[in-house]
Design a protein around this ligand. Structure first.
Ligand SMILES: Nc1ncnc2c1ncn2[C@@H]1O[C@H](COP(=O)(O)OP(=O)(O)OP(=O)(O)O)[C@@H](O)[C@H]1O
Length: 339
Protein backbone atom coordinates (compact mmCIF):
# COMPACT_ATOMS: atom_id res chain seq x y z
CA UNK A 1 0.00 0.00 0.00
CA UNK A 2 1.39 3.47 -0.86
CA UNK A 3 1.53 5.44 2.35
CA UNK A 4 0.28 8.96 2.66
CA UNK A 5 0.96 8.90 6.39
CA UNK A 6 2.65 5.98 8.14
CA UNK A 7 3.05 5.42 11.87
CA UNK A 8 5.69 3.03 13.03
CA UNK A 9 5.91 1.80 16.64
CA UNK A 10 4.46 5.07 17.95
CA UNK A 11 4.17 5.56 21.71
CA UNK A 12 2.59 8.54 23.46
CA UNK A 13 3.13 8.69 27.21
CA UNK A 14 1.72 11.53 29.35
CA UNK A 15 2.35 12.48 32.94
CA UNK A 16 -0.86 11.46 34.74
CA UNK A 17 -3.28 14.32 35.45
CA UNK A 18 -4.25 12.72 38.74
CA UNK A 19 -1.76 12.13 41.55
CA UNK A 20 -0.47 15.70 42.01
CA UNK A 21 2.25 17.87 40.54
CA UNK A 22 5.14 15.56 41.36
CA UNK A 23 3.48 12.30 40.40
CA UNK A 24 5.58 9.68 38.68
CA UNK A 25 2.48 8.03 37.27
CA UNK A 26 2.39 7.85 33.50
CA UNK A 27 -0.58 7.42 31.17
CA UNK A 28 0.12 5.14 28.20
CA UNK A 29 -2.15 6.92 25.71
CA UNK A 30 -0.72 5.15 22.66
CA UNK A 31 1.45 2.04 22.74
CA UNK A 32 3.36 0.66 19.75
CA UNK A 33 0.94 1.97 17.10
CA UNK A 34 1.69 1.01 13.52
CA UNK A 35 -0.65 2.21 10.79
CA UNK A 36 -0.60 3.11 7.12
CA UNK A 37 -3.14 5.56 5.71
CA UNK A 38 -3.25 5.37 1.92
CA UNK A 39 -4.31 8.25 -0.34
CA UNK A 40 -8.07 8.45 -0.80
CA UNK A 41 -9.10 5.83 1.78
CA UNK A 42 -11.34 6.24 4.83
CA UNK A 43 -10.10 4.71 8.05
CA UNK A 44 -12.55 4.50 10.94
CA UNK A 45 -11.33 4.32 14.55
CA UNK A 46 -13.47 2.72 17.28
CA UNK A 47 -13.00 1.90 20.96
CA UNK A 48 -14.30 2.94 24.35
CA UNK A 49 -13.63 6.31 25.91
CA UNK A 50 -9.98 6.88 26.82
CA UNK A 51 -8.57 4.13 24.57
CA UNK A 52 -6.41 6.59 22.62
CA UNK A 53 -8.53 7.42 19.55
CA UNK A 54 -7.97 11.19 19.75
CA UNK A 55 -4.29 10.70 20.51
CA UNK A 56 -3.92 8.56 17.38
CA UNK A 57 -5.78 11.24 15.37
CA UNK A 58 -3.56 14.02 16.70
CA UNK A 59 -0.39 12.05 15.96
CA UNK A 60 -1.56 11.52 12.37
CA UNK A 61 -1.94 15.26 11.75
CA UNK A 62 1.24 16.22 13.58
CA UNK A 63 -0.58 17.98 16.44
CA UNK A 64 0.81 15.51 18.98
CA UNK A 65 4.50 14.63 18.95
CA UNK A 66 5.06 10.98 19.82
CA UNK A 67 7.18 10.11 22.84
CA UNK A 68 8.90 7.58 20.57
CA UNK A 69 8.42 5.98 17.16
CA UNK A 70 8.16 7.56 13.71
CA UNK A 71 5.51 9.42 11.75
CA UNK A 72 6.24 9.60 8.01
CA UNK A 73 4.37 11.84 5.61
CA UNK A 74 4.84 10.62 2.02
CA UNK A 75 7.90 8.67 3.13
CA UNK A 76 9.61 11.50 5.04
CA UNK A 77 10.07 11.48 8.80
CA UNK A 78 7.85 14.32 10.02
CA UNK A 79 9.61 15.03 13.30
CA UNK A 80 13.14 15.13 11.84
CA UNK A 81 12.19 17.91 9.42
CA UNK A 82 13.19 21.47 10.31
CA UNK A 83 10.17 23.17 11.98
CA UNK A 84 9.32 25.40 8.98
CA UNK A 85 9.31 22.43 6.64
CA UNK A 86 7.30 20.36 9.12
CA UNK A 87 4.64 23.05 9.33
CA UNK A 88 4.31 22.99 5.56
CA UNK A 89 4.29 19.19 5.43
CA UNK A 90 1.62 18.96 8.10
CA UNK A 91 -0.31 22.15 7.37
CA UNK A 92 -0.37 21.58 3.65
CA UNK A 93 -0.86 17.85 3.94
CA UNK A 94 -3.48 17.46 6.62
CA UNK A 95 -6.45 19.05 8.37
CA UNK A 96 -8.37 18.29 11.52
CA UNK A 97 -12.06 18.66 12.36
CA UNK A 98 -12.93 18.56 16.05
CA UNK A 99 -15.98 17.47 17.98
CA UNK A 100 -17.42 20.81 18.99
CA UNK A 101 -17.28 23.63 16.43
CA UNK A 102 -18.42 26.17 19.05
CA UNK A 103 -15.15 25.77 20.93
CA UNK A 104 -12.92 24.91 17.93
CA UNK A 105 -13.65 28.22 16.13
CA UNK A 106 -12.53 31.62 17.41
CA UNK A 107 -15.74 33.36 18.44
CA UNK A 108 -14.36 36.83 17.66
CA UNK A 109 -13.43 36.13 14.03
CA UNK A 110 -15.78 36.27 11.06
CA UNK A 111 -16.14 33.25 8.80
CA UNK A 112 -13.99 35.05 6.20
CA UNK A 113 -11.16 35.63 8.71
CA UNK A 114 -11.35 32.05 10.02
CA UNK A 115 -10.92 30.70 6.50
CA UNK A 116 -8.29 33.24 5.45
CA UNK A 117 -6.12 32.66 8.51
CA UNK A 118 -4.38 29.44 7.36
CA UNK A 119 -3.90 30.97 3.89
CA UNK A 120 -2.31 34.08 5.40
CA UNK A 121 -0.11 32.09 7.80
CA UNK A 122 1.21 29.95 4.95
CA UNK A 123 1.43 32.91 2.53
CA UNK A 124 -0.78 31.26 -0.08
CA UNK A 125 -1.07 33.44 -3.22
CA UNK A 126 -1.96 37.12 -3.54
CA UNK A 127 -4.58 38.84 -1.37
CA UNK A 128 -7.07 38.56 -4.22
CA UNK A 129 -6.33 34.84 -4.67
CA UNK A 130 -6.92 34.26 -0.95
CA UNK A 131 -10.27 36.04 -1.10
CA UNK A 132 -11.18 33.88 -4.07
CA UNK A 133 -10.12 30.75 -2.16
CA UNK A 134 -12.35 31.76 0.78
CA UNK A 135 -15.32 32.01 -1.62
CA UNK A 136 -14.40 28.66 -3.14
CA UNK A 137 -14.15 27.00 0.28
CA UNK A 138 -17.55 28.34 1.32
CA UNK A 139 -19.02 26.97 -1.89
CA UNK A 140 -17.36 23.57 -1.35
CA UNK A 141 -19.05 23.10 2.02
CA UNK A 142 -22.40 24.62 0.98
CA UNK A 143 -22.22 27.85 2.99
CA UNK A 144 -24.05 30.84 1.47
CA UNK A 145 -21.71 33.75 0.59
CA UNK A 146 -23.85 36.05 2.70
CA UNK A 147 -22.42 34.35 5.79
CA UNK A 148 -18.83 35.49 5.08
CA UNK A 149 -19.08 38.32 7.59
CA UNK A 150 -21.00 36.38 10.24
CA UNK A 151 -19.44 35.43 13.58
CA UNK A 152 -19.61 31.77 14.71
CA UNK A 153 -22.20 32.74 17.36
CA UNK A 154 -24.57 33.87 14.61
CA UNK A 155 -24.47 30.47 12.87
CA UNK A 156 -26.35 27.24 13.54
CA UNK A 157 -24.38 24.22 14.85
CA UNK A 158 -24.41 22.63 11.39
CA UNK A 159 -23.17 25.82 9.73
CA UNK A 160 -20.39 26.14 12.30
CA UNK A 161 -19.24 22.61 11.57
CA UNK A 162 -19.28 23.44 7.84
CA UNK A 163 -16.92 26.36 8.61
CA UNK A 164 -14.66 23.94 10.53
CA UNK A 165 -14.66 21.54 7.57
CA UNK A 166 -13.85 24.39 5.17
CA UNK A 167 -10.99 25.52 7.41
CA UNK A 168 -9.57 21.99 7.50
CA UNK A 169 -9.64 22.00 3.68
CA UNK A 170 -8.09 25.47 3.28
CA UNK A 171 -4.57 24.27 2.47
CA UNK A 172 -5.72 21.47 0.16
CA UNK A 173 -4.82 18.64 2.49
CA UNK A 174 -4.45 15.07 1.27
CA UNK A 175 -5.65 13.77 4.67
CA UNK A 176 -8.43 15.06 6.89
CA UNK A 177 -8.96 13.74 10.41
CA UNK A 178 -12.48 14.09 11.79
CA UNK A 179 -12.60 13.47 15.56
CA UNK A 180 -16.23 12.91 16.59
CA UNK A 181 -17.33 15.50 14.00
CA UNK A 182 -21.06 15.12 14.66
CA UNK A 183 -21.40 14.25 18.34
CA UNK A 184 -22.05 17.86 19.42
CA UNK A 185 -24.64 18.39 16.67
CA UNK A 186 -28.41 17.94 16.58
CA UNK A 187 -29.43 14.56 15.23
CA UNK A 188 -31.17 16.30 12.31
CA UNK A 189 -27.92 17.81 10.95
CA UNK A 190 -25.58 14.90 11.65
CA UNK A 191 -26.38 13.12 8.39
CA UNK A 192 -25.80 16.33 6.44
CA UNK A 193 -22.29 16.74 7.83
CA UNK A 194 -21.44 13.06 7.26
CA UNK A 195 -22.71 13.27 3.67
CA UNK A 196 -20.71 16.45 3.17
CA UNK A 197 -17.53 14.67 4.33
CA UNK A 198 -18.17 11.71 2.03
CA UNK A 199 -18.94 14.00 -0.88
CA UNK A 200 -15.78 16.07 -0.34
CA UNK A 201 -13.70 12.93 0.00
CA UNK A 202 -14.94 11.74 -3.42
CA UNK A 203 -14.62 15.10 -5.13
CA UNK A 204 -11.20 16.01 -3.73
CA UNK A 205 -9.73 12.50 -3.46
CA UNK A 206 -9.06 13.00 0.26
CA UNK A 207 -8.01 10.34 2.72
CA UNK A 208 -10.24 10.53 5.78
CA UNK A 209 -9.61 9.28 9.30
CA UNK A 210 -12.93 9.15 11.10
CA UNK A 211 -13.03 8.81 14.89
CA UNK A 212 -16.37 8.14 16.56
CA UNK A 213 -18.27 6.41 19.33
CA UNK A 214 -21.02 5.80 16.80
CA UNK A 215 -19.92 2.40 15.62
CA UNK A 216 -22.55 1.98 12.93
CA UNK A 217 -21.62 5.27 11.32
CA UNK A 218 -17.94 4.37 11.40
CA UNK A 219 -18.71 1.11 9.62
CA UNK A 220 -20.83 2.84 6.98
CA UNK A 221 -18.32 5.65 6.34
CA UNK A 222 -15.10 3.63 6.30
CA UNK A 223 -13.13 1.35 4.02
CA UNK A 224 -11.20 -0.02 6.98
CA UNK A 225 -11.94 -0.09 10.72
CA UNK A 226 -9.26 0.15 13.42
CA UNK A 227 -10.23 -1.14 16.88
CA UNK A 228 -8.31 0.36 19.80
CA UNK A 229 -8.15 -0.88 23.37
CA UNK A 230 -6.18 0.74 26.18
CA UNK A 231 -3.81 2.62 23.89
CA UNK A 232 -3.23 -0.23 21.46
CA UNK A 233 -4.49 -1.02 17.99
CA UNK A 234 -5.88 -4.53 18.47
CA UNK A 235 -7.53 -5.11 15.08
CA UNK A 236 -7.55 -3.69 11.56
CA UNK A 237 -10.39 -5.02 9.43
CA UNK A 238 -12.08 -4.13 6.13
CA UNK A 239 -15.32 -2.36 7.10
CA UNK A 240 -17.49 -4.78 5.14
CA UNK A 241 -16.21 -7.74 7.21
CA UNK A 242 -16.07 -6.19 10.65
CA UNK A 243 -19.56 -7.09 11.86
CA UNK A 244 -19.54 -10.78 11.08
CA UNK A 245 -15.90 -11.75 10.56
CA UNK A 246 -13.85 -9.70 13.05
CA UNK A 247 -11.41 -12.00 14.86
CA UNK A 248 -10.78 -9.99 18.02
CA UNK A 249 -13.34 -10.69 20.77
CA UNK A 250 -13.38 -7.00 21.67
CA UNK A 251 -14.30 -5.92 18.13
CA UNK A 252 -17.11 -8.51 18.08
CA UNK A 253 -18.34 -7.24 21.46
CA UNK A 254 -18.33 -3.60 20.31
CA UNK A 255 -20.21 -4.37 17.11
CA UNK A 256 -22.68 -6.73 18.80
CA UNK A 257 -23.77 -3.85 21.02
CA UNK A 258 -24.85 -1.80 18.01
CA UNK A 259 -28.59 -1.87 17.60
CA UNK A 260 -29.92 -2.94 14.23
CA UNK A 261 -26.72 -4.52 13.00
CA UNK A 262 -27.13 -8.11 14.11
CA UNK A 263 -30.75 -8.92 14.13
CA UNK A 264 -31.73 -9.98 16.78
CA UNK A 265 -28.72 -10.65 19.00
CA UNK A 266 -28.11 -9.73 22.61
CA UNK A 267 -24.92 -7.73 23.02
CA UNK A 268 -21.85 -9.58 24.23
CA UNK A 269 -21.47 -8.36 27.82
CA UNK A 270 -18.23 -6.52 28.54
CA UNK A 271 -17.82 -7.19 32.22
CA UNK A 272 -15.91 -4.92 34.56
CA UNK A 273 -14.34 -1.53 33.99
CA UNK A 274 -11.66 -0.63 31.42
CA UNK A 275 -8.36 -1.00 33.32
CA UNK A 276 -6.35 2.12 34.10
CA UNK A 277 -4.12 3.44 31.29
CA UNK A 278 -1.60 4.19 34.05
CA UNK A 279 -1.31 0.54 35.10
CA UNK A 280 -2.28 -1.58 32.09
CA UNK A 281 -2.59 -5.33 32.77
CA UNK A 282 0.25 -7.72 31.93
CA UNK A 283 -0.03 -9.70 28.69
CA UNK A 284 -3.07 -8.92 26.57
CA UNK A 285 -4.66 -5.63 27.69
CA UNK A 286 -8.19 -6.98 27.04
CA UNK A 287 -7.72 -10.15 29.07
CA UNK A 288 -9.36 -8.81 32.25
CA UNK A 289 -12.68 -8.46 30.38
CA UNK A 290 -12.41 -11.28 27.87
CA UNK A 291 -14.30 -14.58 28.16
CA UNK A 292 -11.62 -16.48 26.21
CA UNK A 293 -8.70 -15.61 28.51
CA UNK A 294 -6.19 -18.25 29.60
CA UNK A 295 -2.75 -18.22 31.21
CA UNK A 296 -1.00 -17.27 27.94
CA UNK A 297 -3.12 -14.09 27.76
CA UNK A 298 -2.05 -13.17 31.29
CA UNK A 299 1.66 -13.38 30.51
CA UNK A 300 2.20 -12.75 26.79
CA UNK A 301 1.17 -9.73 24.73
CA UNK A 302 -0.13 -11.15 21.44
CA UNK A 303 1.59 -10.07 18.22
CA UNK A 304 -0.41 -9.30 15.08
CA UNK A 305 -1.70 -12.28 13.11
CA UNK A 306 -3.00 -12.11 9.56
CA UNK A 307 -6.54 -13.21 8.71
CA UNK A 308 -7.46 -14.76 5.35
CA UNK A 309 -8.05 -11.28 3.92
CA UNK A 310 -4.63 -9.58 3.62
CA UNK A 311 -6.12 -6.25 4.78
CA UNK A 312 -7.26 -7.86 8.04
CA UNK A 313 -5.02 -8.39 11.08
CA UNK A 314 -5.62 -8.79 14.80
CA UNK A 315 -3.79 -9.25 18.08
CA UNK A 316 -5.29 -12.15 20.00
CA UNK A 317 -4.12 -15.55 21.29
CA UNK A 318 -7.61 -17.03 20.97
CA UNK A 319 -9.28 -15.24 18.09
CA UNK A 320 -12.88 -15.79 17.16
CA UNK A 321 -13.20 -18.27 14.30
CA UNK A 322 -13.61 -16.22 11.13
CA UNK A 323 -17.08 -17.48 10.22
CA UNK A 324 -18.43 -17.98 13.71
CA UNK A 325 -21.71 -16.10 14.18
CA UNK A 326 -21.75 -13.49 16.90
CA UNK A 327 -24.96 -15.06 18.24
CA UNK A 328 -22.84 -18.07 19.24
CA UNK A 329 -20.34 -15.86 21.03
CA UNK A 330 -23.04 -14.24 23.13
CA UNK A 331 -23.81 -17.65 24.67
CA UNK A 332 -20.12 -18.50 25.09
CA UNK A 333 -19.32 -15.12 26.65
CA UNK A 334 -21.80 -15.84 29.43
CA UNK A 335 -19.60 -18.77 30.55
CA UNK A 336 -16.10 -17.28 30.63
CA UNK A 337 -12.97 -19.31 31.24
CA UNK A 338 -11.06 -18.85 34.47
CA UNK A 339 -7.47 -17.88 33.65
N1 LIG B 1 -2.47 15.80 27.98
C1 LIG B 1 -2.76 14.70 28.65
N2 LIG B 1 -2.26 14.49 29.89
C2 LIG B 1 -2.52 13.34 30.58
N3 LIG B 1 -3.29 12.35 30.11
C3 LIG B 1 -3.82 12.50 28.88
C4 LIG B 1 -3.59 13.67 28.09
N4 LIG B 1 -4.24 13.51 26.90
C5 LIG B 1 -4.86 12.32 26.95
N5 LIG B 1 -4.61 11.70 28.14
C6 LIG B 1 -5.07 10.37 28.56
O1 LIG B 1 -4.66 9.48 27.52
C7 LIG B 1 -5.64 8.46 27.33
C8 LIG B 1 -6.11 8.47 25.90
O2 LIG B 1 -6.82 9.68 25.66
P1 LIG B 1 -7.61 9.98 24.30
O3 LIG B 1 -8.20 11.34 24.43
O4 LIG B 1 -6.69 9.74 23.16
O5 LIG B 1 -8.75 8.86 24.32
P2 LIG B 1 -10.08 8.74 23.45
O6 LIG B 1 -10.22 7.32 23.07
O7 LIG B 1 -10.05 9.74 22.33
O8 LIG B 1 -11.21 9.15 24.48
P3 LIG B 1 -12.64 9.82 24.22
O9 LIG B 1 -13.39 8.87 23.35
O10 LIG B 1 -13.21 9.95 25.60
O11 LIG B 1 -12.38 11.14 23.55
C9 LIG B 1 -6.74 8.73 28.35
O12 LIG B 1 -6.48 7.95 29.50
C10 LIG B 1 -6.57 10.22 28.65
O13 LIG B 1 -7.05 10.54 29.94
Amino acid sequence: MTALVELSDVHVVHKARTGGLFTRDRVYALTGAGLVVAPGETVGVVGESGCGKSTLAKVLVGVQRPTSGTVSVRGRDLWSMPPAERRTAVGAGTGMIFQDPSTALNRRLTVRRILRDPLDVHGRGSAAAREERVRELMGLVGLPRALADALPGQLSGGQRQRVAVARALALEPALVVADEPTSALDVSVRAQILNLLLDLKERLGLALVFVSHDIQTVRRMSDRVITMYLGRIVEECPAGRVTDHARHPYTRALFSATPGLLDPVDPIPLTGPVPSATRPPSGCPFRTRCWRTDQECVSVMPEFSAASDPAHRYRCHHPVEEDRPTRDLVRQSQHPREP
